[in-house]
Design a protein around this ligand. Structure first.
Ligand SMILES: [Zn+2]
Ligand SMILES: [Zn+2]
Length: 323
């Protein structure tokens, strides 16, 4: 099969071995897959991963122990878990001690013609979500996780809290829309005028980073900068006893002064994967605009170039097509 592989360096392989499904696995034929910042970080050495990249995808089920799934179009949750460890047994299977993560930890990913994934990880998609939109389900679920961690639901909006999303990139723009949908007053701080104009279209307030005077007045700051400087800036913006949610994962660490967290009694929360069902529902109900977040579609044969395009500053989602 065709595949995009990272092994010391990035390469496109026209004849990579097909995945071999083990017990419980489904074999999927990938339609499209999205390049995310995590893939770009892995190509810089993050997680020390070697293998087929890619974890945001839409695919057709070719083979499955669950016969009802065969022929269905699906998205897939990326954590492959043991179901037996203390984390799994306490309902935190996303933190399974023995987990593999699609295209990130010990499991080949979806930048390929075929991928394998346990049948329990799969979500059948409604026709109202097209293939391009479906590629956004995984990152949109990660965005929904922010709302979940803040403890607000769409049906019962919480007390008014001032929320700033730092970063107008691929993930920041999803987080901002999901926060808006939850009824929280949200604003985006970014660097790119054309992206901030999109916020206006979505009725989300925004400000250019250059105009920001950090006032320690935000109840919640969500760092989606993907930059080592994000946390530092968030600390200048969050109010005493406020909350910072970190979405940024970076390959290169940077020393940071932790004293402000102690002095201002700031809660710092990490945030990773999220609820697929909510993401699918919000897309099906057209509550999130992802079409505006597509930069370009490229064939898997152009995968190496596609990764370079996705790494350029300000570029939104690059989608690899396997058709
Ligand atoms: Zn991702
Ligand atoms: Zn486990």
């Amino acid at each position: 099969m065709r595949a995009m592989v990272f092994d010391q360096s990035l390469s496109y392989r026209p004849r990579h071995p097909d995945p071999q499904p083990s017990t419980g696995d489904s074999l999927l034929k990938v339609r499209r897959a999205g390049i995310c910042s995590t893939d770009l970080e892995i190509a810089q050495g993050y997680m020390d991963f070697h293998g087929v990249l890619g974890h945001e995808f839409v695919a057709d089920v070719v083979q499955s122990p669950d016969r009802s799934l065969v022929g269905k179009r699906v998205a897939g949750e990326i954590n492959i878990v043991c179901g037996r460890c203390d984390m799994c047994l306490s309902g935190l299977s996303g933190h399974c001690r023995h987990r593999q993560v699609l295209g990130i930890v010990n499991q080949d990913g979806a930048f390929a013609d075929f991928v394998r994934l346990p049948a329990v990880n799969l979500h059948v998609l409604p026709d109202s979500i097209d293939d391009d939109q479906a590629v956004f389900i995984e990152p949109l679920a990660a965005a929904c996780q922010v709302v979940k961690q803040l403890g607000v639901s769409r049906s019962a909006p919480g007390e008014r809290r001032w929320v700033t999303v730092l970063g107008d990139g691929r993930l920041g723009m999803l987080v901002a829309q999901v926060l808006r949908n939850s009824g929280l007053p949200v604003r985006v701080i970014g660097k790119h005028p054309e992206k901030l104009a999109l916020c206006e279209k979505w009725s989300i307030r925004s400000r250019p980073l250059t105009e920001i005077v950090p006032r320690h007045d935000q109840d919640v700051v969500v760092d989606c900068t993907g930059s080592p400087e994000g946390l530092e800036l968030a600390l200048q913006m969050v109010r005493p006893r406020g909350t910072i949610i970190l979405k940024t994962t970076i390959a290169v660490p940077k020393p940071i002064q932790l004293a402000p967290i102690v002095i201002d009694e700031v809660t710092v929360m990490g945030s990773r994967c999220g609820p697929f069902r909510q993401a699918i529902q919000q897309l099906a109900e057209k509550q999130v605009d992802v079409a505006s977040l597509i930069h370009r579609r490229m064939k898997i044969e152009q995968g190496v170039e596609a990764m370079h395009v996705a790494a350029r500053p300000g570029v939104f989602k690059v989608i690899l097509t396997m058709e």
